[in-house]
Write a protein that binds this ligand. Structure first.
Ligand code: NAI
Length: 462
């Protein structure tokens, strides 16, 4: 039996980052992981592999649509699907091995196997029981099941199955117009599949700015995706490698059917806490099946903490990472904290969609007086040169004080551009602070500055 200051359960972005930080702060640390490789959902079957496929298929899209106009002649590349999947697996391998290296470098022990918690100071892995002064649960999430739909990961898929399909389907139905549905839907649409997204609400990406959602839908439609909004899927029947999806339109209850070779179920995720023994320990859960924690990530059982997708808040790798660092600091008697008001969200389609802070909808609901500064990428020379002028930057600022309250970007590199606004918000900046900061020309970032200028006396290139 080994004894540790802290054992993290789960090696996803929450657990591995927390474990490394705790070790850097002088604690004796182990991290339990039952998968063959470290990195959790994000590195193995989530963020990273999907980004590899998004990158490869975006290159294909560029070759098919924009190369000739730039004087790059020749046949557009054809797809070697097996090779594209090996490239994706190679990317996963490099990254998961990278964490193994970081664990060794920081002296974090990897306890291989699935953990349970027989007592608040014990973690059982296989037949071995390890003692821990503190335990941090970072076990993440899994795809939520959908009534009437049975996943077989061959025809009816979660995001995991969608990353390793045997072949590119001719027709794909995506259930859920959220982040996973639109990222993976984009991948297969670029690969030539006819993709139809069925969404329960009357809009895509709920929670995001409504104007961005509308623009996003228009752009994706131009890229060939079809949408059925306001529709509830009732059943997915499979036979001979094909699926028949039955859905009802909410406005008139009429039922419709679509056939497809692949159906991706992307209607949200739920906390994964199976096998830990939380009920026997008396760990309090929320109504939504998340582990309830206080501001210090402490559960209702002294000695046991929890972070990441298995506690309330957005299910995002970077939110989990920040909580991992914060809990490590707290356990090392330092002041760890996460600013939940400034957590960016990014959808890695092309163009990307990025947001931070308040939306117009949330400000209206709160009765907060605000102003909007908007700038289209059509006015950005770099974007025009790069065939990337679809989209805009929108900054929301307090009407009286000019303090930035939120920002929403749809456009090239939106996921990177959003961070200058995040930093500004962390420092409590006004839109004028961004507007008065010199931005290099020609860059996409100038569109952010122009949106900030539009909060004041006006943008120059609008
Ligand atoms: P999501 O919550 O983003 O979207 C689910 C969508 O499905 C919503 O639009 C919802 O209205 C719709 N829906 C729910 N039930 C439905 C039904 N019965 N029929 C039709 N539509 C229905 O969930 P998603 O895309 O599955 O992603 C899960 C989690 O993973 C999210 O929290 C997301 O933030 C995270 N994620 C983040 C990524 C990123 O940051 N780029 C990438 C992938 C996932």
């Amino acid at each position: 039996m080994a004894s540790y200051d802290v054992i993290f359960i789960g090696s996803g972005p929450g657990g591995y980052v927390g474990a490394i930080r705790a070790a850097q702060l002088g604690l004796r640390v182990a991290c339990v992981e039952g998968r063959e490789t470290l990195g959790g959902t994000c590195l193995n079957v989530g963020c990273i592999p999907s980004k590899a496929l998004l990158h490869a298929t975006h290159q294909l899209h560029e070759a098919q649509h924009n190369f000739a106009a730039m004087g790059l002649k020749g046949k557009a590349p054809s797809v070697d699907w097996k090779q594209m999947l090996s490239y994706k697996d190679e990317v996963i391998g490099q990254n998961t091995k990278g964490i193994e290296f970081l664990f060794k470098k920081n002296k974090v022990d990897w306890l291989k196997g699935w953990a349970s918690i027989p007592a608040p100071d014990q973690v059982k892995v296989g037949d071995e029981v390890h003692e821990a002064r503190r335990i941090v649960i970072a076990t993440g999430s899994e795809s939520s099941p959908l009534r009437g739909v049975e996943v077989d990961e061959k025809v009816v898929l979660t995001s995991t199955g969608a990353l390793e399909l045997g072949r590119i389907p001719r027709r794909m139905v995506v259930i859920g117009g959220g982040v996973i549905g639109l990222e993976m839907g984009s991948v297969y649409a670029r690969l030539g599949a006819e993709v139809t997204v069925i969404e329960y609400l009357d809009r895509l990406i709920p929670g995001n700015d409504g104007e961005v959602a509308k623009a996003f839908q228009r752009i994706l439609q131009k890229q060939g995706l079809s949408f059925v909004l306001g529709a509830a899927v009732q059943e997915v029947a499979t036979a001979k490698g094909k699926a028949r999806v039955t859905y009802a339109l909410r406005k008139d209850d009429s039922t419709h059917e679509i056939e497809a070779e692949a159906v991706l179920v992307a209607t949200g995720r739920r906390p994964f806490v199976d096998g830990l023994g939380l009920e026997a320990l008396g760990v309090k859960m929320t109504e939504r099946g998340q582990i309830a924690v206080d501001r210090h990530y402490a559960t209702s059982v002294p000695g046991i903490h929890a972070i990441g997708d298995c506690i309330p808040g957005p299910m995002l790798a970077h939110k989990a990472e920040d909580e991992g660092m914060a809990v490590a600091e707290i356990l090392a008697d330092k002041a760890g904290h996460v600013n939940y008001g400034v957590i960016p969200g990014v959808i890695y389609t092309h163009p990307e969609v990025a947001s931070v802070g308040e939306t117009e909808e949330s400000l209206k609901e709160a009765g907060h007086a605000y102003k909007v500064g908007k700038f289209s990428f059509m006015g950005n020379r770099r974007a025009k040169a790069n065939f990337a002028a679809d989209g805009f930057v929108k900054i929301l600022a307090d009407k009286q004080t000019d303090r930035i309250l939120g920002a929403h970007i749809i456009g090239p590199m939106a996921g990177d551009l959003i961070h200058e606004i995040c930093v500004a918000m962390e420092f409590g900046a006004a839109a004028e602070d961004l507007a008065r900061t010199c931005h290099a020309h020609p860059t996409y970032s100038e569109a952010v500055r122009e949106a900030a200028l539009a909060c004041g006396d006006g943008a120059i290139h609008a």
